[in-house]
Each structure stands twice: as C-alpha cells, then as structure tokens.
Design a binder for this molecule. Structure first.
Ligand SMILES: Cc1ncc(COP(=O)(O)O)c(C=O)c1O
Length: 371
C-alpha cells in the first residue's frame, strides 16, 4: 500500500469535540525586531524583579537539582500561612495559579454546567471552562466593573461555579468587600465561588478585602494567588490557593506530586517573607497609577481606574487615533504594550506599570503620539 492510500483509510485518534473549539493562548509579545532592550510592559510582570533574598534562595538550590522537591509543600504553605495569617492545612500550591484554576475546573465543572465569568475576564478561565465543556455565562459590567446585580441575575439551576478575578485582568478594576459578600450571599451553597487574587497585593483601597476570611467562613469559596506578579517570580511558576478543608482535600488528590519545583518553593518562601520589599513595589505602583491617570488623561485618552499593576487605555474618543496605532507607535519607541479586546469591542490597550524610567518613556511616547 502506498503511504497516501494508508492515510485515506486509517482512523486517527480524535480529540474531544470541546477541545477542537479552543485556540492556543497567545502570550504578550516580548521582543521588537531591531531593538535590543525593549521595555516589556505586555504581561503584567514586575519590572522590579524578585527580592534579592528570593534570588539568593533560588540559587541555593543549584546543588540539589538531582533531588525531587518536597511534595508536601509544607515549608512554603507554612510561610504563606504565617505572613497572611491563614491555616497552612487549607493551602495548596501549584505550578502558577493557572494550574490551580485548571485543577479546580477539572474537579468541579462538568460538560453542560454553567460557569459565570465577568464580561471581561481572565482568558485562561474561559479556556479551562471550555476544556470541561461547560457553558460560559457572562455577567455584564458598568464602566468595566462587574455588575453584582447582573451577575446574580445570570444564576440558573445549572450554575456550578462563579469565578472573578479581583482585581480583574484586563480591566484593573475591583469589587469591594461588601460587593463580594453580596455576590456570595446570592449563591446557592453548592455553587463554588472562585476569587482570583493574582493582583491582590497591589491594592491599597481600604474597602478591598482579599476574601480569605470568606474561605474560613464558608465551604464554597476558594481564593487563588500567585508569586508571578508583585513577587516577581513569573518564570518559576508558583501559585497557591486558600480553600475550605473539603476542597483542599480533593485538590491534593489530583495534583501531580511534584507540581512546584524546589528552586521555585525556596524563592517563594524568601519572597513572601521579604515584606518590606513588597511594600515598596506596592507603593511605587499605586503612586504611578495616580500619575498615569492624570497625565495620560490630560492627553484625552480615557484611563480606566486600576488598582493593579497595569492600566487599560481606551481610545474610543480619540479622533484619528486607535489603540492598535498607538501600540505600533509605542513599539517604534521601544515599548511593548498589550493590545487586548473587550466584550463591547472598545478600542483599548493594556500597559503594565514599570520602573520610573519605563513609565516616563510611556508618557513621553504617548504625548508624542497624541500631539
Ligand atoms: C487574573 C490572573 N489570574 C491568574 C494569572 C495566572 O498567573 P500565574 O499562573 O502566573 O500564577 C494571571 C496572569 O496573568 C492573571 O492575570
């Protein structure tokens, strides 16, 4: 038989129908051709990098690379628990918080279930929900802030989960403690409420709550967190979740035994303990958010108020200008922003808050672009 004949008759393995609907994740651009050291502001990373103590701890693991990691994750869970005043037994760590979201969705979502996300949600949540064959139901937003009333109106007997990033990505907006509690009060007790706090450490508003208290109070709330953002450890892939006992027990059964590697755990322990370092990054980011709001707003660009380490620029009302055009211009100036799309088709661009000189460069370049 000729190879071509064989191909015509042979059956091939088939992926599940749900998977064929999924497009691969596209990560933020990290290079500009012809530019040797671009300013990368496309992935909400920390331009500060990790605490020097975290780098030292990471390097200290170089002599033990032939050993499997501590599968219990106990030292890291305890370090997190001590700093955030939580119960270490209710913490699970993952290969980034992405992995934990995936574990949660695999565990609690089945084909045909409904999951409610905000209209502009973190894209990986939709991807993990699609893998499960769940129906994604979108809650509306007012000025890019999730509408609590609209979210609660979307509940059906099929709803199994609600996930909100708080603060949200790509909007940078947040729901306050009272709003989060109101959502929870409206949920049946068998609907899991997942609150993704990837940017929680950046928030300086008094009315924000990281929702770990809700986890202690109720059996249907999970909070996910990461070392990829303010802690500056994106490359190492370390995240964690605070869960009710029954949930953590189930997730521990299905995670792979060595899902977080030793250098990542060592660095994360040192990072979480260096509270002063994180305080400085938080203050720097909050100060710059105010300045960016004022200076880019004065150029006629609508800056969506953000409590995270990035901001969304809306060019809808900038005559003769566009987000894509602005992105191209920024790239010619050596700056990489992240063009994103929104549920309403707004013309927006997302930019990470960087170091002083990086933010100055963005303001200078956009001033030039808008003039
Ligand atoms: C809202 C949100 N959640 C979770 C993540 C995943 O973070 P990681 O897997 O690096 O912990 C991100 C990353 O950008 C994010 O923006």
């Amino acid at each position: 038989m000729m190879p071509s004949e064989k191909n015509m008759t042979a059956k091939v393995p088939q992926a599940r129908a749900e998977i064929l609907e999924i497009s691969p994740y596209v990560q933020g651009k990290s290079a500009i051709s012809g530019q040797t050291a671009p300013i990368k502001l496309s992935s909400n990373e920390s331009s500060f990098g990790p605490s020097p103590k975290a780098i030292e701890a990471y390097q200290s693991q170089a002599t033990a690379l032939h050993r499997y990691p501590d599968g219990s994750q106990s030292p890291l869970r305890q370090a997190i628990a001590d700093i955030y005043n939580l119960d270490a037994d209710k913490i699970i760590c993952g290969n980034g918080s992405d992995e934990i979201l995936d574990l949660i969705y695999r565990t609690y979502l089945s084909s045909g279930d409904d999951i409610i996300l905000s209209a502009n949600h973190f894209v990986m949540c939709a991807l993990y929900a699609k893998i499960q064959g769940a129906n994604i139901v979108l809650a509306g937003e007012n000025n890019y802030v999730t509408s609590v009333d609209d979210l609660l109106s979307k509940l059906t007997p099929e709803t199994r989960m609600v996930t909100l990033a708080n603060p949200n990505n790509p909007t940078g907006t947040y729901l306050n403690a009272e709003q989060i509690r109101r959502i929870h009060s409206g949920l049946p007790s068998d609907v899991l409420f997942v609150i993704d706090g990837a940017y929680a450490e950046y928030v300086t508003c008094d009315d924000y709550d990281n929702a770990c208290g809700l986890v202690d109070e109720f059996d249907n709330v999970v909070v996910t967190r990461t070392f990829s953002k303010i802690y500056g450890l994106s490359a190492l892939r370390a995240g964690w979740a605070y869960c009710p006992t029954a949930v953590v027990d189930i997730l521990q059964r299905i995670r792979s035994p060595f899902n977080v590697n030793s250098p990542a755990m060592a660095a994360a322990i040192a990072a979480v303990n260096d509270v002063n370092y994180i305080d400085r990054v938080r203050l720097h980011t909050a100060d710059w958010q105010q300045r960016i709001q004022k200076e880019l707003g004065a150029l006629g660009i609508r800056v969506i108020p953000s409590v995270a380490n990035f901001y969304l620029l809306n060019f809808n009302e900038c005559e003769g200008k566009s987000a894509l055009d602005a992105a191209g211009f920024l790239e010619t100036e050596g700056i990489i922003p992240r063009p994103v799309s929104t549920s309403d088709g707004d013309d927006v661009l997302r930019i990470t808050v960087g170091l002083d000189a990086e933010n100055e460069a963005v303001i200078k370049a956009l001033t030039k672009y808008m003039s």
